[in-house]
Design a protein around this ligand. Structure first.
Ligand code: ZN
Length: 114
């Protein structure tokens, strides 16, 4: 599996999210589990355009582990989310990442928005 370049993994619990994610920032996350060899396996990737911590809390209970990364803008987070979507092909991401309403951002890896 491709290296995500994200921090972690951490347990996907309220307390572990609170301890690991200390900044209010746009970000990208990967949810997953550990395989029998202890390697992190990505099931789903996503992003927050404003606050990665709040977004992660929405997914508590859906998986066991998460990784995350802060990004300086929601556009940077969008580009990273697209890169992970195309590189990792997470099994629970059934549709391409969306761009925020009102933007004309393009995916750097495909022509879905062209
Ligand atoms: Zn794409």
């Amino acid at each position: 599996m491709a290296n995500t370049g994200l921090l972690g993994p951490y347990r996907l619990t309220f307390d572990a999210i609170d301890a690991a994610v200390t900044q209010t920032s746009p970000g990208v996350f990967a949810l997953g589990h550990a395989d029998p060899g202890g390697r992190f396996c990505v099931n789903h990737v996503g992003r927050s355009d404003a606050d990665i911590k709040i977004k992660l809390r929405d997914f508590i209970g859906s998986d066991s582990l998460f990784k995350y990364g802060y990004f300086p803008s929601s556009e940077a987070a969008f580009q990273k989310e697209c890169a992970l979507f195309h590189d990792v092909r997470p099994p629970r991401n059934l549709v391409h990442p969306g761009r925020p309403k009102g933007t004309s951002w393009e995916c750097p890896h495909c022509r879905i928005f062209a």
